[in-house]
Design a protein. Structure first.
Length: 214
């Protein structure tokens, strides 16, 4: 009886030892994984978008990469360990929006009333004992806005510029934190039908790939 108990205890000890070794190996594999370098993170963004890298900020858990595209300037978060893209935020608008904003500011400045010569300092200065009041600082900062997706109609227009044909299907998909339009276009060439799937970035409108069906 004692021998059977010892045998069971021995088997249990061996199993426990095997489990401990397996856990130790898994832990070593996880801890030995090298995080993404700043250069690798930058190259990944360049592969995804055709734009100019403006700035790369390094944090403990992620990289914050600023890239300038035709539609504006964006901040992209990339996980240092996994390389996954967490979010994409637009920080500035495109040139047309900037010009429109500048036009509004100019009109506002022109519409401001000039103080009268009788009381150049205004009633607020009288309340302060005749002292000229200091202008209040205006906040020039703008909260980052989430990137606006292209409409389905805009995406179709981009696709038809690449391939002139008839749109069969439009699908919106997200991969690695990036949203794409997949647009199937069919055309007739030499009495034969050809079908292609065009992959378009739903934020920038950039054509990423064209896949022809065989």
């Amino acid at each position: 009886m004692d021998g059977a108990k010892k045998k069971k205890l021995g088997i249990g000890a061996v199993i426990l030892l095997v489990i401990m070794i397996a856990v130790w190996q898994i832990s070593n594999i996880m801890t030995s994984a090298e995080p993404l370098t700043a250069e690798e993170a930058t190259n990944k963004v360049k592969d995804l978008y055709s734009g100019e890298i403006v700035e790369v900020k390094e944090g403990k858990e992620l990289y914050l990469i600023t890239i300038e595209l035709e539609t504006g300037t964006y901040e992209i978060e990339i996980d240092r360990l996994t390389g996954d893209i967490g979010s994409m935020t637009r920080t500035t608008t495109d040139l047309a929006d900037k010009e429109q904003s500048n036009g509004k500011n100019s009109n506002q400045e022109d519409s401001q009333e000039t103080p009268s010569s009788e009381n150049p300092q205004g009633s607020d200065d009288q309340a302060n004992g005749g002292k000229q009041s200091e202008p209040k600082p205006e906040s020039s900062g703008k909260k980052p806005e989430a990137p606006k997706l292209l409409s389905e109609k805009e995406a179709i227009a981009i696709a038809l510029k690449e391939i002139n044909g008839e749109v069969e299907e439009v699908e919106l998909q997200t991969s690695d934190g990036i949203t794409y339009y997949l647009i199937e276009v069919e055309r007739e060439v030499n009495d034969e039908d050809e079908e292609a799937t065009i992959k378009i970035n739903a934020v920038t409108g950039e054509v990423k790939s064209i896949f022809w069906e065989e």
